[in-house]
Design a binder for this molecule. Structure first.
Ligand code: HEM
Length: 154
């Protein structure tokens, strides 16, 4: 993703390869969401708007429950990011392939690509707020896949 942004204006080939690699990685993660371990699966963390709003209200009030997997808001953000990366890559491919008219395709591609940055920033902010709220280091859990259970003093 970083390479795709860094090369977006200067290196067409580098940008397309990096963009396709990002789409491939995200597709693998989406497959993992279907067949991976319980906490990695979409059915563990994809919830409706009511659960997301309820969680965010609880977080603001300091009463949000702690989740061992994704929180409802974190799950929604993750799905949004997966969709945006695939949509950005797809519009890039359709633009290069001449399926989308160049001007409109470029506009749409750039809007989608930029919105990834906005959503990723909001995702990071959410991770920080949730980590502070629950007094834990979510970034470590995102890398290792582990979270201490409620009864675990660590
Ligand atoms: C998810 C990964 C991707 C991201 C985040 C991304 C992001 C961007 C951004 C922000 C721009 C606008 C650059 C500017 O003019 O300021 C751009 C341009 C472009 N992207 Fe992507 N892109 C991605 C994937 C792809 C793919 C897979 C392709 C094609 C196979 C592609 C083809 C292009 C082309 C051809 C342009 C230049 C359009 C022009 O100025 O004529 N991109 N991309």
């Amino acid at each position: 993703m970083i390479v795709a942004y860094a090369t977006a204006e200067d290196s067409r080939q580098g940008h397309e390869i990096a963009g396709l690699a990002a789409v491939a990685l995200v597709t693998l993660r989406a497959l993992w969401g279907l067949v991976g371990p319980a906490k990695a699966r979409f059915d563990d963390f994809v919830t409706g708007p009511a659960a997301i709003i309820g969680y965010l209200r609880g977080l603001a009030a300091g009463t949000a429950p702690r989740f061992l997997g994704h929180t409802p808001a974190g799950g929604a953000m993750a799905v949004l990011l997966l969709v945006l990366v695939v949509a950005t890559g797809l519009t890039g491919v359709l633009m290069v392939g001449g399926v989308l008219p160049h001007e409109a395709g470029e506009e749409l591609h750039e809007i989608l690509g930029t919105s990834i940055l906005v959503v990723a920033g909001a995702h990071v902010l959410g991770v920080v707020v949730s980590s502070v709220g629950h007094r834990e280091t979510l970034i470590r859990s995102m890398v290792t896949g582990w979270k201490p259970a409620p009864s675990d003093p660590a």
